[in-house]
Design a protein around this ligand. Sequence first.
Ligand code: HEC
Length: 156
Amino acid sequence: MKPTGRSAGTASGALLTVFLLGGLAFAHSGATGIVKERMETMKAIGTEMKTIASMVRGRVDFEAETMERSALQLESHAREIPELFPPDTNAAPSEALAGIWTDWDRFTDIARELEESAAGLAANAGAANDAEAIAGEFRAISETCRSCHESFRKAK
Ligand code: HEC
Protein backbone atom coordinates (compact mmCIF):
# COMPACT_ATOMS: atom_id res chain seq x y z
CA MET A 1 0.00 0.00 0.00
CA LYS A 2 1.27 3.49 -0.81
CA PRO A 3 1.86 5.85 2.08
CA THR A 4 -0.75 8.57 1.79
CA GLY A 5 0.53 11.49 3.86
CA ARG A 6 -3.07 12.56 4.36
CA SER A 7 -4.33 13.68 7.71
CA ALA A 8 -6.76 10.78 7.60
CA GLY A 9 -3.91 8.30 7.11
CA THR A 10 -3.95 6.99 10.66
CA ALA A 11 -7.69 6.62 10.70
CA SER A 12 -7.52 4.81 7.37
CA GLY A 13 -4.99 2.39 8.83
CA ALA A 14 -7.25 1.64 11.76
CA LEU A 15 -10.14 1.30 9.41
CA LEU A 16 -8.29 -1.14 7.24
CA THR A 17 -7.82 -3.31 10.33
CA VAL A 18 -11.54 -3.12 10.98
CA PHE A 19 -12.24 -4.27 7.44
CA LEU A 20 -9.73 -7.09 7.59
CA LEU A 21 -11.20 -8.40 10.83
CA GLY A 22 -14.66 -7.96 9.35
CA GLY A 23 -13.57 -9.90 6.28
CA LEU A 24 -12.57 -12.85 8.42
CA ALA A 25 -15.87 -12.68 10.23
CA PHE A 26 -17.73 -12.95 6.93
CA ALA A 27 -16.39 -16.48 6.65
CA HIS A 28 -18.38 -17.74 9.60
CA SER A 29 -21.84 -19.04 9.01
CA GLY A 30 -24.64 -20.62 10.95
CA ALA A 31 -25.66 -17.50 12.84
CA THR A 32 -29.42 -17.25 13.37
CA GLY A 33 -31.97 -14.86 14.85
CA ILE A 34 -30.75 -11.70 16.52
CA VAL A 35 -27.08 -12.64 16.10
CA LYS A 36 -27.54 -12.98 12.35
CA GLU A 37 -29.46 -9.72 12.25
CA ARG A 38 -26.75 -7.87 14.16
CA MET A 39 -23.99 -9.29 11.95
CA GLU A 40 -25.92 -8.09 8.91
CA THR A 41 -26.30 -4.64 10.41
CA MET A 42 -22.56 -4.53 11.19
CA LYS A 43 -21.81 -5.61 7.61
CA ALA A 44 -24.06 -2.83 6.34
CA ILE A 45 -22.19 -0.40 8.61
CA GLY A 46 -18.96 -1.72 7.09
CA THR A 47 -20.28 -1.17 3.56
CA GLU A 48 -21.18 2.47 4.29
CA MET A 49 -17.77 3.00 5.86
CA LYS A 50 -16.10 1.65 2.72
CA THR A 51 -18.02 4.14 0.60
CA ILE A 52 -17.00 7.00 2.90
CA ALA A 53 -13.39 5.82 3.24
CA SER A 54 -12.83 5.53 -0.49
CA MET A 55 -13.77 9.19 -0.86
CA VAL A 56 -11.66 10.24 2.12
CA ARG A 57 -8.70 8.40 0.63
CA GLY A 58 -9.27 9.95 -2.76
CA ARG A 59 -9.86 6.62 -4.50
CA VAL A 60 -13.08 7.95 -5.90
CA ASP A 61 -14.19 11.51 -6.49
CA PHE A 62 -15.79 13.32 -3.60
CA GLU A 63 -19.54 13.44 -3.96
CA ALA A 64 -21.38 15.31 -1.25
CA GLU A 65 -24.67 13.54 -1.90
CA THR A 66 -23.21 10.04 -1.65
CA MET A 67 -21.29 11.03 1.47
CA GLU A 68 -24.44 12.39 3.07
CA ARG A 69 -26.50 9.33 2.16
CA SER A 70 -23.91 6.95 3.62
CA ALA A 71 -23.62 9.04 6.77
CA LEU A 72 -27.41 8.97 7.27
CA GLN A 73 -27.41 5.19 6.82
CA LEU A 74 -24.63 4.89 9.38
CA GLU A 75 -26.55 7.06 11.80
CA SER A 76 -29.69 4.97 11.56
CA HIS A 77 -27.79 1.67 11.87
CA ALA A 78 -25.93 3.03 14.91
CA ARG A 79 -29.26 3.83 16.55
CA GLU A 80 -30.24 0.15 16.18
CA ILE A 81 -27.14 -1.18 17.95
CA PRO A 82 -28.50 -1.36 21.55
CA GLU A 83 -31.61 -3.33 20.59
CA LEU A 84 -29.50 -5.77 18.56
CA PHE A 85 -27.75 -6.88 21.74
CA PRO A 86 -30.37 -8.40 24.08
CA PRO A 87 -28.78 -9.82 27.27
CA ASP A 88 -26.47 -12.82 27.01
CA THR A 89 -26.73 -13.39 23.26
CA ASN A 90 -23.07 -14.13 22.73
CA ALA A 91 -23.01 -17.90 22.20
CA ALA A 92 -20.92 -19.04 19.18
CA PRO A 93 -20.76 -18.09 16.37
CA SER A 94 -21.26 -14.64 17.88
CA GLU A 95 -18.07 -12.73 18.55
CA ALA A 96 -19.71 -10.47 21.11
CA LEU A 97 -18.09 -10.39 24.56
CA ALA A 98 -20.03 -10.75 27.81
CA GLY A 99 -18.62 -7.38 28.91
CA ILE A 100 -21.30 -5.75 26.75
CA TRP A 101 -23.88 -6.53 29.42
CA THR A 102 -21.72 -5.88 32.49
CA ASP A 103 -20.54 -2.56 31.01
CA TRP A 104 -23.76 -1.70 29.17
CA ASP A 105 -23.49 2.07 29.75
CA ARG A 106 -20.10 2.26 28.11
CA PHE A 107 -21.20 0.02 25.25
CA THR A 108 -24.26 2.15 24.52
CA ASP A 109 -22.22 5.36 24.96
CA ILE A 110 -19.90 4.26 22.15
CA ALA A 111 -22.90 3.38 19.99
CA ARG A 112 -24.29 6.87 20.67
CA GLU A 113 -20.95 8.43 19.77
CA LEU A 114 -21.09 6.64 16.44
CA GLU A 115 -24.65 7.86 15.92
CA GLU A 116 -23.68 11.46 16.77
CA SER A 117 -20.52 11.52 14.65
CA ALA A 118 -22.44 10.07 11.72
CA ALA A 119 -25.13 12.72 12.18
CA GLY A 120 -22.39 15.37 12.23
CA LEU A 121 -20.92 13.97 9.05
CA ALA A 122 -24.33 13.97 7.38
CA ALA A 123 -24.92 17.57 8.45
CA ASN A 124 -21.57 18.77 7.10
CA ALA A 125 -21.28 16.64 3.97
CA GLY A 126 -23.76 18.72 1.99
CA ALA A 127 -21.74 21.93 2.40
CA ALA A 128 -18.35 20.24 1.94
CA ASN A 129 -16.46 20.59 -1.31
CA ASP A 130 -13.91 17.90 -0.60
CA ALA A 131 -13.15 15.04 1.76
CA GLU A 132 -10.67 17.15 3.78
CA ALA A 133 -13.61 19.12 5.09
CA ILE A 134 -15.08 16.05 6.78
CA ALA A 135 -11.85 14.25 7.75
CA GLY A 136 -12.42 15.06 11.44
CA GLU A 137 -15.84 13.41 11.47
CA PHE A 138 -14.46 10.45 9.59
CA ARG A 139 -11.75 9.99 12.21
CA ALA A 140 -14.29 10.26 15.04
CA ILE A 141 -16.44 7.58 13.41
CA SER A 142 -13.48 5.24 12.84
CA GLU A 143 -12.50 5.68 16.46
CA THR A 144 -15.89 4.35 17.64
CA CYS A 145 -15.50 1.18 15.52
CA ARG A 146 -12.03 0.61 16.90
CA SER A 147 -12.81 1.28 20.55
CA CYS A 148 -16.00 -0.78 20.62
CA HIS A 149 -14.42 -3.76 18.87
CA GLU A 150 -11.36 -3.58 21.10
CA SER A 151 -13.46 -3.80 24.27
CA PHE A 152 -16.49 -5.77 23.23
CA ARG A 153 -15.63 -8.07 20.36
CA LYS A 154 -13.56 -11.25 20.55
CA ALA A 155 -10.00 -10.75 19.33
CA LYS A 156 -8.92 -13.03 16.46
C1 HEC B 1 -21.03 -0.11 20.24
C2 HEC B 1 -20.16 -1.14 19.75
C3 HEC B 1 -19.79 -1.24 18.28
C4 HEC B 1 -19.56 -0.21 17.40
C5 HEC B 1 -19.64 1.29 17.63
C6 HEC B 1 -19.21 -0.84 16.13
N1 HEC B 1 -19.24 -2.20 16.25
FE1 HEC B 1 -18.89 -3.53 14.74
N2 HEC B 1 -19.25 -5.08 16.05
C7 HEC B 1 -19.52 -4.95 17.40
C8 HEC B 1 -19.67 -6.26 17.98
C9 HEC B 1 -19.96 -6.55 19.46
C10 HEC B 1 -19.50 -7.21 16.95
C11 HEC B 1 -19.62 -8.73 17.05
C12 HEC B 1 -21.10 -9.12 16.91
C13 HEC B 1 -21.34 -10.62 17.01
O1 HEC B 1 -20.53 -11.40 16.43
O2 HEC B 1 -22.34 -11.02 17.64
C14 HEC B 1 -19.23 -6.41 15.73
C15 HEC B 1 -19.00 -6.96 14.46
C16 HEC B 1 -18.67 -6.24 13.33
C17 HEC B 1 -18.44 -6.82 12.02
C18 HEC B 1 -18.50 -8.30 11.67
C19 HEC B 1 -19.94 -8.68 11.28
C20 HEC B 1 -20.07 -10.18 11.02
O3 HEC B 1 -20.44 -10.56 9.91
O4 HEC B 1 -19.80 -10.97 11.94
C21 HEC B 1 -18.12 -5.77 11.17
C22 HEC B 1 -17.80 -5.86 9.68
C23 HEC B 1 -18.18 -4.56 11.94
N3 HEC B 1 -18.53 -4.87 13.26
C24 HEC B 1 -17.92 -3.30 11.44
C25 HEC B 1 -18.02 -2.10 12.18
C26 HEC B 1 -17.65 -0.78 11.67
C27 HEC B 1 -17.08 -0.48 10.28
C28 HEC B 1 -17.94 0.10 12.67
C29 HEC B 1 -17.78 1.60 12.70
C30 HEC B 1 -18.39 2.40 11.66
C31 HEC B 1 -18.46 -0.68 13.80
N4 HEC B 1 -18.48 -1.99 13.46
C32 HEC B 1 -18.88 -0.11 15.00
C33 HEC B 1 -19.65 -3.77 18.11
C34 HEC B 1 -19.55 -2.49 17.55
